[in-house]
Design a binder for this molecule. Sequence first.
Ligand code: AMP
Ligand code: MG
Length: 209
Amino acid sequence: MNTSVYRMQNDKIDRAALVECAKAIKNGGTVAFPTETVYGLGANAFDGDACAKIFAAKRRPPEKALILHLADGIDPASFAVVNDAYYKLKAAYPIGPLTFVLPLKAKLPSVVTAGGTTVAFRFPENAIAREFINLCGMPIAAPSANISGKEPPKTAVPVISDFSGIIDCIIDGGECGIGTPSTIISLVGEPVILREGAIPGSEVLRCLK
Ligand code: AMP
Ligand code: MG
C-alpha cells in the first residue's frame, strides 16, 4: 500500500489534506493522527473490518479494546449510556486527555469493545485531531499508533517508520504536547480510575465529590 504522509501544524491546518484523510476513513481505511497525548491509529468505529485493520497493523491482542475519539458534533449517547457523573466531568473537562468508560448502548462492532459491555471514549483537544474527526463525522476508534509493546509515539517519526506501506495516511502534526496517554475513568458503577495518565486521577475523582 502507498501511505500518504501529510505535514501540517496545529495553527496551520491543511484542510484539503484532512479531507483526503477523512475520505480514506470513509472508505474503510486507517489513518494515524496527532493528539495532545500521543499519536493515534484510527478507523471508523462503526466499521468492524476497518477496526480489525488497526489490530493487524499494531499486532494488538484482540482482548484490548479501542478508545473512541469524538469531536463536539458527535454525540456519545448514540452508542453509550451517559449518566450524571459523565455530564459533570464533561463540563469540567470538555476536551482533553480524559477517557470515559460507560455502558455500551447501541451496537458497535465487537472488535472495538473486545466483545465487552462497556465502551471507552474521549474528546481530544488537539486542533488537527478535532478537525479531522469532524470531517470524518463519526467516532474514530484509535489506540496509540505504535506496534504493540513499543512506546506510544510522541512524534510522527516512529509512526512513519512502523506503518509506512501498512496504513492509508499519516498526519504529521509535529510533537504531541503532553506525550502521556489519557487518564481512563470508569463511570459504569462507582467511579474508578482504570489508568493513571495525563490528568491525575485524584483530581478527576475530586470533581465528582
Ligand atoms: P491505547 O490507546 O493503546 O493506550 O489503548 C487503549 C486503552 O484503553 C487500553 O488500555 C484499553 O484496555 C483501554 N480500554 C479501551 N476500552 C475500554 C473499556 N471499555 N473499558 C476499559 N478499558 C478500556
Ligand atoms: Mg497503547
